[in-house]
Design a binder for this molecule. Sequence first.
Ligand code: ADP
Ligand code: MG
Length: 705
Amino acid sequence: MSEVINVAEIFGENVFNLAKMRERLPKKVYAEVKNIMENGGELSLATADVVAKAMKDWPVSKGATHYTHWFQPLTGITAEKHDSFISAPDEMGHTLLEFSGKELIKGEPDASSFPSGGLRSTFEARGYTVWDCTSPAFLKEDATGVVLCIPTAFYSYNGEALDKKTPLLRSLEAISRQALRIVRLFGNTEATRVIASVGAEQEYFLVDREKYLQRKDLIYAGRTLFGAPAPKGQEMDDQYFGAIRERVGAYMKELNAELWKLGITSKTQHNEVAPAQHEMAPIYSTANIAADHNQLVMETMKKVAGHHGLTCLLHEKPFAGVNGSGKHNNWSLNTDNGVNLLDPGDTPNQNIQFLLVLACIIKAVDIHADLLRQSASDVGNDHRLGANEAPPAIISIFLGDQLEDVVKQLVETGEAARCIEGNQLDTGVSSLPTIDKDATDRNRTSPFAFTGNKFEFRMVGSDDSIASPNTTLNAIVAEAFSEAADVLEQADDFDVAVHDLIKKYLTEHQRIIFNGNGYSDEWLREAERRGLPNIKSMVDAVPTLVTDKAVALFEKFGIFTRAELESRAEILYETYAKSINIEAMTMIDMAGKQIIPAVISYTTELAGSLNAVAAACPEADTSAQKELLIETSSLLAEAKRALNRLKEAVAEASAAAAGEAMAYAYKDKAVPAMDALRAPVDRLEMIVDKKYWPMPSYGDLMFEV
Ligand code: ADP
Ligand code: MG
């Protein structure tokens, strides 16, 4: 029997949560910290000292030796520099463990080695990390021991944000302020803030670590750069929700326990569509905490895999030909007095506040479809979005039958008298209960789908931080709310004004609503006719960040300055070029040093066999060897030529001017040359004797976990 987990006991064990604060802080200090966590404000240094002492004593009692300001630079992953709690020894040679309020609040990492997109020259190295008390500190246990991790935001010396957390926090304040104006209009005087809540489903692949280590593409690029399809893929639909294999089950069990200790609400687990693909989803929480937790989820997934002889692949497209991985970002807005602004209730057609909120979101997504698309783009996601799986690259909104019908009535007549109701589902079996049906079915092909009381943004990549998509979502909806509030707060007759505004927004922006099949070619044409942007790649999406429209939006709410946006655009171009360069160099290495030599060995064996058989028995039929030798040699020659061309393409791309030009050179020259090399190599893999093939196949990787 495997070990029993006591969930209630371990949950939050490694988190300095409110319960631990209340236990360890004087009443007044606890109240002050709690108030700042909820309503913002600054902690006095004296109070910070008291908090810091508790934040040191608790981890030290659990064996911690170090603390770190944990932050999220623009690399997309997290960063930490450990400081031990020890102080300079006294004259007797004794050290004390110390941690001051100053050290808690502010850190000074050298910022020069983090991407800044030109915001800072390397000689201006100073950067600051600043404590984000709204996300609880936690303990990380690994080979270095136990480390207290303090979530922080990261700034340059001049105060520009160099991280993903800062804009997210700024956007949360903006959406809260603007959404409050909306609920006030409807008579809600109690709410003091509106919280953007997020639940991020996380997809991942697990492969055997020994096999992983035999593939340089997985090691360097996180995805396979070569690989013929396995005889079986996902066509039988027998992976999705299938029984979980023993080894994977043991992995999930440990993953859950580790996440629960960190206070992460791991809730669902299942096999996903592709072989060796799985998913975990937590219970939703405040967007800021959800973003921090998702970073920890990704890190823990990778760490725990090692304990089971596995490697966790978070890349958006580890294997060609089967589903890639995403991160469905479920998003809703909730007042602190318990109202979900996205809850339509039983009769959405009569729920005016809901209809206004919906109309604002539809308007926001239509106006800023380009920005939303950008917020979900990363190098790996280029293989998903628009690649005939997951959501297409075109942003549209799925509302479902019920809401689509309400919107239609509103646009046509200005009134929504009727509302399709969920009826009952008769099972046809007398011993099974009749159940209530939702008013709306699901749609798996929409990038932005209304799912009951939240929107599910399905474009986000599995390997990406969820901070950017949520920052964008909060910002664009804050803008729509603010514009609506500007009109409605001045209205003489509120009822008429709100009615007119809903109708106006829905009429002007209904083109973004699409309830059909997002994967179909007809939709591509229809979307073009409607004038919806179809931004095909990450590189094409970068300029959306610095349009006048984007700058005006982000500056209006103090989320990004123009300089910050320009720097981020610069970093994205750089990241793209560097990532493709790594992939191309890996292909050059694998093809040149492993694959081509292996194919040469195989052709030599074929030629030897041909000669030997012909010599031994001139009448023998050697056509099979001959045919194989000809086919293999010609593919080998094609591969070698493609390898030469890829080398030239990389040389050319790397010589381009840094930034936009270089990113496009990699996209338009290196990527096609990579595809051209992969094609003959994958065909060779199908014919070359397996004993010569220098790496595990797709079948070995996906079916033998
Ligand atoms: P699905 O069937 O699409 O997987 P679930 O209801 O299981 O949908 O939810 C998936 C994710 O959405 C979970 O992380 C869940 O906590 C989150 N979620 C549910 N309700 C909300 C909400 N109101 N706001 C934000 N996220 C939510
Ligand atoms: Mg879902």
